[in-house]
Design a protein around this ligand. Structure first.
Ligand SMILES: Cc1ncc(COP(=O)(O)O)c(C=O)c1O
Length: 452
């Protein structure tokens, strides 16, 4: 078969042909029996192989807020691939990575100004954890190795990330990881229907952060390198920090000399109605991880952004100038084609005032999703910026089944939404209209009510 014959490929769904690709985070048997093949995408819509137009209710995987098929990004990628398709990531440089690093720093909270490039959110997570341990060792405190994550946290799929992560399904198959402790999650009880952040009072409020003190009491801060949290947890179904919670974590980390890492792979670059979740919630970490929206999903690229003092510590301890200060990096760190996509994407976020647009749309989105309260099976709704998680009351013994059924019924209606655990997740593109948000949520309400 001629593999360039895309029209021919568009028709193929035979089982033998599909067997070779072991698909990630997908029920392979279900997919290969009933394929859901995307053919193209433009703006806020996918077109599937059968010609069906589908609204992108999750911006791809939380990454394509500017919508699909953006000419400016496609042209930058094409130009760069033709000019310098690859440059050795180690011991050589190219101007685009420095340009992109500066553009990223301009959008970070004050003081976070040293950018280490990776190829994905998972690589950012593991890079940040290694950076934290190496930082303390470099400062002569080699005992500070313990890492603290959070129940329901998601930090990608590499060994460090799954160890600090707190979604058990992502860990239970894989045996021994990196030693880690976990703070409690901050998900309010079903039926809370908080709009935005839960209140700070009460045992499920800011006081939850004091649990970190108990972990410090157990291990002593002299053994703890870092705490890593998502400003709001995305993959577990949009779980917000209660008022004052992140501030309290910051205070405790500062008081005990523990690095605070924010995993902003979802919250970075607009989703939270600010450049970062750090900005949205008014708390600055020591290290901040990004990926996804930085290239609008058009190329794989992530980064870890550190305080200058962390960078300076490595430089000061680096030995002779020709020696490496941080023996870490990936073949595709700062890949020139990905950097080109990143620069074009950040330019578009600016020229289209996309972050401002998220802020303007957020109240409308909030009203729409909270209108789902009272629909059949809706146990809770949580939202922030242009992200929402809806907890689905479970079928006995099969908590993940109803969300799957709902997502498939939504697809039949022309809407892509994500199902994960016992939740449905929404993250529409920043370019969505109010009418599109209304149709998405109203189709979801009808689907909930029609589901057994
Ligand atoms: C907070 C967070 N960290 C890390 C990751 C992993 O990113 P990737 O899939 O690019 O490795 C994700 C992906 O959803 C994420 O939400």
């Amino acid at each position: 078969m001629d593999l360039t014959d895309s029209q021919h490929l568009q028709q193929r769904t035979d089982a033998d042909w599909m067997a070779a690709h072991w698909m990630p985070y997908t029920g392979n048997r279900d997919f290969k029996a009933k394929p859901r093949m995307m053919a193209s995408a433009s703006g806020a819509y996918y077109t599937m192989q059968d010609g069906k137009k589908v609204f992108d209710g999750l911006s791809g995987l939380w990454c394509a807020g500017l919508g699909h098929g953006r000419k400016e990004i496609a042209e930058a990628v094409g130009r760069q691939a033709a000019t310098l398709d690859y440059s050795p990531a180690f011991q050589f440089g190219h101007p685009l990575s420095f340009e992109l690093a500066n553009k990223i720093v301009e959008r970070m909270p004050a003081g976070l100004n040293r950018v280490f490039f990776t190829g994905s959110g998972s690589e950012s997570a593991d890079t940040s954890l290694k950076m934290a341990r190496a930082y303390w060792r470099t400062k002569g405190q080699a005992g500070k190795t313990r890492l603290i994550g959070r129940v329901k946290g998601y930090h990608g799929v590499n060994f460090g990330g799954i160890s600090v992560g707190g979604l058990v399904a992502n860990r239970k198959l894989f045996g021994q990881g990196v030693e880690a402790d976990h703070l409690q999650h901050t998900q309010p009880a079903n039926g809370s229907f908080f709009r935005g952040m839960p209140p700070g009072e009460g045992p499920m409020g800011a006081a939850l952060a004091d649990e970190l003190l108990a972990i410090i009491n157990l291990h002593d801060a002299s053994n703890i390198a870092a705490v890593i949290v998502e400003p709001f947890a995305g993959s577990a179904g949009v779980i917000l920090p209660p008022q004052g919670y992140l501030q309290r974590l910051r205070e405790i980390c500062t008081a005990h000399n523990i690095l605070l890492i924010f995993d902003e792979v979802i919250t970075g670059f607009g989703r939270a109605g600010a450049w970062t979740g750090s900005e949205a919630f008014g708390v600055t970490p020591d290290i901040l991880n990004i990926a996804k929206q930085v290239t609008n999903g058009a190329q794989p690229l992530g980064a870890v952004i550190a305080k200058q003092e962390i960078y300076d510590t490595f430089m000061a301890a680096g030995g002779p100038d020709y020696m490496l200060e941080f023996p870490h990096g990936y073949t595709y760190s700062a890949h020139p084609v990905c950097c080109a996509a990143g620069i074009a994407s950040l330019n578009l976020l600016d020229s289209e005032s996309a972050v401002q647009r998220v802020r303007e749309l957020a109240p409308h989105f909030e009203n729409a999703v909270h209108g789902l309260k009272g629909a059949r099976h809706v146990a809770d709704v949580r939202n922030f910026g242009l992200a929402a998680g809806i907890t689905v009351s479970p079928l006995p013994g099969e908590p993940a089944k109803r969300p799957y059924q709902i997502a498939m019924a939504m697809l039949a209606k022309g809407f892509y939404v994500r199902y994960g655990g016992d939740t449905i997740q929404l993250a529409p593109p920043f370019i969505s209209t109010r009418a599109e948000i209304d149709s998405l949520v109203s189709a979801l309400g009808e689907t909930f009510n029609a589901t057994a």
